[in-house]
Every structure is written in C-alpha cells, then in structure tokens.
Design a protein around this ligand. Structure first.
Ligand code: GDP
Ligand code: MG
Length: 442
C-alpha cells in the first residue's frame, strides 16, 4: 500500500534537515502512483503533483516532521483544499420553493438520489416534491414513483397514456403544483444518456431555463474513472451546474473521480451516495475523501503523533530554559505560535461538535487572525533580532512592519507585550509565581 511505501521512503529520508528536490521528487513519485491507482485522471494528476512539488520546495522546513512526512502533509492539505475544504450546504431560496435540478449520465444515480435527497430533506423538516422530467426511458417515471413512495415524498408526473410528453412542460407545470401544494423544495429528475449528447444537453438547458433552479446538482458515478474529466467538463459547459454529488461510493472505487471533477470544474462536491437504500446518503467530507484517495490514514496518524511529540518536547525544553535562567526569546515565541495555531484548527473542530455551542464565547475569544498577525511580524525579523530584541531600532522596526504588511505601531505593541511576558517569566523564576494560579512557592 501507499502507507507502506511511504514509510520506507521516510526511513531513507530520516535525519535530513531540509526538503531537497530529490526528497520531494521521490515522495511525489509515490503520491503520483497512488493517485493513478485511485483512478484520478492523468492530466489532473500532473497538475496536482506539479503544484504540490512547487509548494513543497518553497515551504519552510518543519522541525517536527521529516521531509517525507512534511510532503505528505502538504499533499493532504492540497487534496482537502481542492475537494472543497469545508462542506457546502444547499443554498435554499429566500422565497420558496427551492428548486434543485439533477443532471448527469444515464445510470449515474440521479433517480436514486432524488429519493435519498427528499428523504434527507424531510428529516430536516422540509416538504419536498419530486418531478419526473425524465420522459426518455419508458420506465423512468415509474421508477421515480417507487422511489418517491419509499421516501414518503409526493411525486409530480405527467398523466400516463399521452404518448411521449414534453419534459419542459412537465417541469413548468410542476412549479405551479409545488406552489399550490406548499412544497418548499422541488427536486427535478432529468433524463441522461449513456454518452455526452448535445440534444440531451439542450433539453437539460431548456428545463433549467424553465424552472430557474437554485441548485443544479451534477451526479457522477464514483466508478467512472478516467472519463470523469470529459463528462464533468461537458456538463459544466452544458448546464453550468452548481454542485456535485458523487454516487456509488459504496463500491471499490477509491474515489479518484472526486479529485478529477473538483479540479477541472472548481465546483464543490456536496453529497455522497453510498448504496441503494434511502439512508445511504451523506454530506460529502473532503478530509475523509482525501484519506480514501491516498489510502494513507495510518501515515496521517503518524504525522500527527510526530507533531504532538515535538510540541511536548518543545514545551519541556522551554520550561527548562526558563528554569535555568535563560531568557525566553522570540525564536521560542515563534515555536509556541505554531502550537497556538494548531489550537485554531482545534477551535474549528470543537465548534463542529454537538453541545459546543454552550462554550461558544470561550471559543470565540481565541482570535486566529491575531495569531497570524503576530506570527507575520516575528517572521519578518532575522533570527538574530528574534534572539536579541534589543537590536530592534526604529529603522529595523520599519523594515519589519513593511515585511509583515503592518504598521510600526503594531510592531511596537507586540514588542511591549513580549517585554512584559519576559519580565513576568523572570518574576516567576525568582519565586513570585503567577498571580491566582496557586501552586507557586509562596
Ligand atoms: P439515473 O439513470 O441517473 O437515474 O440512475 P439510477 O438512479 O437509476 O441508478 C442506476 C443504478 O445504480 C440503479 O441500479 C441504482 O440502484 C444504482 N445506484 C444508484 N446509486 C447508487 C449507490 O450510491 N450505490 C450503489 N451501489 N448503487 C447505486
Ligand atoms: Mg433516472
């Protein structure tokens, strides 16, 4: 597996201080193979590894990780970024009904999704209605009716026995029905063909123009493999969809199509369809998908451990330094900033957990931007300046402010606060203890 291969790579890299081109290229070769194994389309693999390589070579060297681990961390961050960072939710219309149109190839899973989506929406307190605007296949209307029944959602379909109807007319009529029956969400199921088909794309556009959807969801089979790029491009140009649903993620596919579609269209993946039952449906999680594509959950755990161990050691080292009478300098401060920034991501994580809303105020008081601002200032100093803040005369402060994109006043404020913190540490060392903390020598 990739994890095994990377672990071997890491062993060879261990002990090196910085990311050399050779290290980067060796790890990138493994990543490239993993992406191809996951069926990510070739041009996407090329573009992706290219940008990872560039970032890896320009990134500051981590003290906590060896070069291989650091590259994997970059790869993971880039993957999650392209896959959409945070999950995007449905954009509901200000004035209902919200119209969601489904598009995609035949067999992609649109009709099945129509059922799952309405089932999920009902649980969220909505009154969805399904519209059978696929009149292409003889059985399509009936299939949607069965799906609607399982989901407990009303299905609007053309009267049977009138020959082949006009899907645009059906969709238009459905909008009036939805309004009169007070449905707040309308899901329009459309026809797909086996390949890209201009006539069909025109039909989808006509339906789109008739119902003015708030969301157009492009449904794509996770098993589609290398064809993902051409299909996604065709539908993106054809109907300009607003979001993507990845279906059949319960299969063997490692989900490379997710990366292909996200990279070439830049559109968010919103949901994942994971089976044939109504409940096999979930919000799409970019981080989980990144793990699946690279198949490297173990590696990421190792990386987290390495970083945590480093933090602990660093805290210990600083404690010793303070005890032994040495001053805590701005280089130490920078290392501590890195741990603080991890608290920033911790805050995001905590914020997503149920029950955390009670502690919102405490979470809110941690301002990540402030941490970024301070870090930018300290990073604009030379190591000598960080070790000896007394060097910071007016012109140096001006240079630092410019480098950090801030003002001299802000630099002065930071230095003043830092001076106070240093003083407090000296007092603690001299037996003063920290007020209100207890446990000190008193
Ligand atoms: P449509 O042509 O786009 O409407 O596709 P359908 O909804 O009719 O789905 C085509 C086939 O794929 C059907 O046999 C579905 O049961 C199956 N299918 C749809 N979604 C999933 C899924 O998430 N997992 C699995 N295993 N099968 C699915
Ligand atoms: Mg269908």
């Amino acid at each position: 597996s990739l994890s095994d291969r990377l672990t071997t790579t890491f062993k060879n890299l261990r002990g090196k201080g910085r990311l050399s081109e050779a290290d980067v290229d060796q790890t990138i070769r493994e990543i490239r193979r993993a992406l191809l194994d996951a069926d990510v389309a070739l041009p996407v693999v090329r573009a992706f590894t290219g940008s990872v390589r560039e970032r890896a070579l320009s990134e500051e060297v981590s003290q906590a990780l060896n070069p291989g681990q650091q590259i994997v961390k970059i790869v993971n961050a880039e993957l999650v970024g392209i896959l959409g960072g945070q999950t995007r939710r449905i954009a509901f219309a200000k004035r209902p009904p919200t119209v969601i149109m489904l598009a995609g190839l035949q067999g992609a899973g649109k009709t099945t999704l129509a059922g799952k989506l309405s089932h999920w929406l009902k649980q969220e307190g909505h009154r969805p209605m399904l519209v059978a605007a696929d009149l292409q296949r003889p059985n399509a209307v009936n299939q949607l009716q069965i799906v609607g029944e399982r989901a407990g959602a009303y299905v609007y379909a053309p009267e049977p026995g009138n020959g082949v109807g006009d899907p645009v007319q059906v969709a238009t009529d459905a909008m009036d029905v939805a309004k009169s029956k007070l449905h707040d969400v309308v899901i329009v199921d459309t026809a797909g063909r086996l390949g890209i088909d201009e006539e069909l794309m025109q039909q989808a556009r006509d339906i789109r123009d008739a119902v003015q959807p708030d969301e157009i969801l492009f449904v794509i089979d996770a098993m589609i493999g290398q064809d993902a790029v051409a299909t996604a491009n065709a539908f993106n140009e054809g109907v300009d969809f607003s979001g993507v649903v990845l279906s059949k993620l319960d299969g063997d596919s490692r989900g490379g199509a997710a990366l292909s579609v996200a990279q070439v269209t830049g559109k968010p993946i919103m949901f994942a369809s994971t089976g044939e039952s109504m409940t096999d449906f979930e919000l799409f999680h970019p981080d989980r998908m990144a793990d699946r594509i690279l198949d490297m959950g173990d590696i990421l755990t190792l990386i987290e451990q390495a970083e945590r161990t480093f933090d602990e050691k660093e805290t210990e080292r600083l404690a010793k330094k303070v005890e032994s009478g040495e001053d805590f300098d701005l280089n130490d401060f920078l290392t501590q900033m890195a741990s603080l920034k991890k608290m920033g991501s911790l805050k995001k994580m905590l914020g997503m957990m149920p029950g955390m809303s009670e502690h919102k105020e405490q979470l809110e008081s941690f301002d990540e931007r402030e941490v970024d601002r301070i870090e930018a200032i300290v990073r604009s100093m030379t190591p000598q300046e960080r070790a000896n803040p007394k060097l910071l005369n007016g012109s140096r402060r001006q240079r630092i402010a410019r480098g950090a994109g801030t003002t001299v006043t802000q630099v002065n404020q930071l230095m003043e606060r830092f001076g106070q913190a240093q003083k407090m540490m000296r007092q603690m060392r001299n037996g003063g203890g920290m007020p209100g903390m207890g446990g000190g020598r008193s």
